[in-house]
Design a binder for this molecule. Sequence first.
Ligand code: HEM
Length: 455
Amino acid sequence: MDAKPAPFVPPAPRPRQSPPSTLQMMRIVYNNPLELWGEPSYNEKWISISTGIGGPLVIANDPGLIRYVLVENARNYKMARVRQKILRPILRDGLLTAEGDVWKRSRKAMAPVFTPKNIDGFASAMLSTSLDFAERYRDADRADISRDMTMLTYDILAETLFSGEIAGEPGSFAHQVDRLFETMGRVDPMDLLGAPDWLPRFTRIRGKKSLAFFRKIVADTVRLRRTRMDRGEDVPADFLTLLLKAEGPDGLARSEIEDNIITFIGAGHETTARALGWTLYCLAEAPWEREKIEAEIDAAMTGNLPPQDWIAAMPYTRAAFEEAMRLYPPAPSINREAIAADRYEDLEIVKGAQVLVMPWTVHRHRKIWDDPEAFIPARFHPENRDALDRYQYLPFGAGPRICIGAAFAMQEAVIALAVLMARYRFDVLPETKPWPVQKLTTQPQGGLPMRVSRR
Ligand code: HEM
């Protein structure tokens, strides 16, 4: 008799059994905030903590409370101080870090950029970039999938952002992106302590020169394209052209276009790369799930469907990606700060409280999910989706500040997975022992070394 295999339970820190001391807490926050959370964070609807550093903290796990904070009373919750301190010097008035009227105007100006029609239009660039990328595995027998997925999603973004038309030395742009990420990834202990801005942050000093150089390349690239558009030349229909079409007094200022290009690079490739890597890893550990997806991809591929239709034709592939984002949300924490005192049911939220909506704990919450630690893509199969509460699954956030790139990322992920899995099988090696670490995104410490074989 065929026994149904037990679902795969991927690696994750066990909930802490006792609260850490302030010193321990700072060390954990610096090294891996995912290791901070104790049993109550995975069991309670909400928790109010007085931390001693950074003001009172509310951990919001209840879907009703999450809807209240991110949607119903969103105007009372601004972006959290620590997050802004890390990201604003780099992303400035890009959409992720803009606030108030600047955010409102630029989100509106950006709506025509992210229409379903434009996202569909990016599908062929996603496909051709994935096909080129897949060539590298033709003669490979192993690879670090984590590093490689970052390269793939970077290539896709560079193609859809500016069709490869980047000012300056070839290769220097990608190099500057790497350097920027190294310095962007960590919370500086000074920020946690609420130290004044004029005190240097040692974790970020290194990034300053890199940032200035990077900004110059972006500004030159934007200027070159504007000149071509003003001359009436044919220009590619990529993000850059779409953003420049939104330039103007009611739309985006030139500096905001530059900030948003840097924001898309910051928010739009590492996130998708992490989720792709975790998906391939979980599927390698659950070959019975992988078989279903390979069969689905093989069947869909025979139909010669245009790539923008793949996502609808491959619901199991999509579900595996969504389940990997449940277990390893690329953005593990969505942080807000209460502008005025507030109340939800019997929960008091004081003015200035930090409110954490953590996909990491919500997605692994004992009272919300059955078998929360197990990799079970069927949760997201079409027939089961209706059973999910909109606010129990938040890889892209919710409310007015929901990820503007969600549809782009989902389409990209399904196309990349289909191209790779149609050609290759990725298996774990004895040394494949990833440990999830939060450094802006949820990264696999130790990388994802995997065996690659042709199917
Ligand atoms: C799997 C991939 C991705 C994940 C998991 C993800 C996740 C998120 C989350 C959780 C937020 C909300 C943050 C908050 O409320 O504080 C967000 C916002 C944002 N994301 Fe994404 N993202 C992904 C891909 C992308 C891509 C591909 C782009 C651009 C091309 C992008 C651009 C943005 C921008 C601009 C915002 C700010 C929106 C606003 O505040 O109005 N993201 N993302």
